[in-house]
Design a protein around this ligand. Structure first.
Ligand SMILES: Nc1nc2c(ncn2[C@@H]2O[C@H](COP(=O)(O)OP(=O)(O)OP(=O)(O)O)[C@@H](O)[C@H]2O)c(=O)[nH]1
Ligand SMILES: [Mg+2]
Length: 225
């Protein structure tokens, strides 16, 4: 395969503010509610199929006895992912977004009415599978994780910089497929570091659970490793 010399991305113009102002106010309100309930909230973002639900399943199986966890799951249609997570013992609420390609703070505010927030340690919000739209919408989360799977291509951080720049951490998933895909993990990490130098990176396999303990460490979760 021919190798490109990889250049950094051009900066993008900002989104029109009125579009985001209402969401921002609701996100601040959500964040206040999460803090006063003492629940930690993670917003998981990725392209469709990178393994957001698989990662939440793996977290539920590994940490479900030590942490009280629940999930909100955004998808354009169906409650399939929420049902997958309920099968792993999580309280999970599906949010169908229809024509919206991202979750909004108001949808999160409505959904958390159905959860015993004060009884939870960790709330996982699986956003709609999309590497563009969810980046601009704060949901009130404490931390934002972007998931990039082996096999999606080392160039994704360069091509979709905004979502990586918005992340606190990046999970490189499907590590078990690395040999088969021949991806260059070091180059993927270098591209993440170039567009999002302050984000930490953890490579793991949600399928096998390999290196999940590194994610617990990065998140400072009180679980046995
Ligand atoms: N080999 C391997 N497969 C994985 C891993 N994580 C997820 N998968 C598979 O990848 C596919 C997509 O995983 P999902 O968890 O449904 O992905 P998602 O990001 O939730 O997808 P959407 O909700 O549709 O955006 C499924 O077939 C998973 O079993 C992994 O670590 N290794
Ligand atoms: Mg999913």
């Amino acid at each position: 395969m021919c190798r490109l010399s990889s250049q950094g991305p051009e900066p993008l113009p900002p989104l029109p503010q009125p579009l985001l102002r209402k969401n921002h106010a609701q996100a601040l309100d959500n964040r206040r509610r999460f803090r006063s309930a003492g629940v930690r909230v993670l917003n998981l973002l990725s392209a469709p199929g990178s393994g957001k639900t698989a990662l939440v399943e793996a977290m539920a199986l590994a940490w479900g006895r030590e942490l009280r966890m629940a999930a909100l799951v955004g998808d354009q249609a169906t409650d399939r992912d929420a049902r997958r997570l309920r099968a792993c013992g999580l309280d999970a609420i599906a949010i169908s977004t229809g024509r919206l390609c991202h979750l909004e703070a108001a949808q999160v505010a409505d959904a958390i009415e159905q959860l015993p927030l004060g009884d939870l340690d960790l709330l996982l919000i699986e956003n709609v599978g999309n590497l563009v739209c969810p980046a601009a919408y704060d949901l009130g989360e404490e931390l934002r994780l972007v998931i990039l799977a082996v096999g999606e291509g080392e160039d994704k951080p360069l091509k979709y910089p905004e979502i990586f720049q918005s992340a606190d951490g990046v999970v490189i998933n499907k590590l078990d497929l690395l040999e088969a895909t021949g991806d260059d993990l070091a180059q993927t990490q270098e591209h993440i570091a170039r567009v999002a130098p302050s984000a930490w990176t953890v490579a793991l396999s949600a399928r096998t659970g390999a290196n999940l303990e590194a994610l617990a460490e990065a998140l400072h979760l009180p679980v046995r490793r």
